[in-house]
Design a protein around this ligand. Structure first.
Ligand code: FES
Length: 172
């Protein structure tokens, strides 16, 4: 029993350290969560509080990866549910422009969703977003505006690319 508690504690500590360092990929995170859940269910005696290896995955935040086509850098960050990808980028000093600060007037927050499956699950862009997207640099079939995409649980693990250039529609 003491041994299992120690393993559980180690898993939880490793998970927290990786999250803090931003070095935990989605597959590794899911493995840790599954292992922690199995151990918790196995050894938990009545009255003992089960530990959770993924408190931040309880619907409060998700993992989002930004790939910057300008310099090839890639960064995975935790984003609170309800925050836009633009807000997430700015909070983490990721270079996603957002010149009009989310007022749907510039298209400089253009991002490209890498995985079609994620893209298909996103809410449809409204007419205003589509109008702005039409003016975006390097438009693709999976393009969206980062200021309009609010993070939801199903987006956990999404990867978006930031195009190598932007077009500020206000200057067109
Ligand atoms: S920040 Fe300008 S349209 Fe998104």
């Amino acid at each position: 029993m003491a041994c299992l508690r120690a393993i559980s504690r180690t898993l939880a500590q490793q998970h927290s350290r990786c999250l803090a360092a931003g070095s935990l990929d989605v597959a590794a995170e899911q493995t840790l969560v599954a292992a922690g859940s199995r151990i918790s269910a196995w050894w938990r005696p009545s009255g003992v509080r089960a530990f959770s290896v993924a408190p931040q995955d309880s619907g409060e935040s998700i993992s989002v990866t930004f790939k910057d086509e300008k310099d090839g850098t890639e960064q995975t960050v935790r984003v609170a549910i309800g925050k836009s990808l633009l807000e997430a980028a700015h909070e983490n000093e990721i270079e996603l422009e957002g010149a009009c600060e989310g007022s749907l007037a510039c298209s400089t927050c253009h991002v490209i969703v890498e995985d079609q499956d994620y893209y298909d699950k996103l809410p449809e862009p409204d007419d205003d977003e589509n109008d702005m997207l039409d003016l975006a640099f390097g438009l693709t079939d999976t393009s969206r505006l980062g200021c309009q995409l609010k993070c939801q649980q199903f987006m956990h693990g999404i990867v978006v690319r930031i195009p190598s250039s932007t077009a500020d529609s206000r200057l067109a």
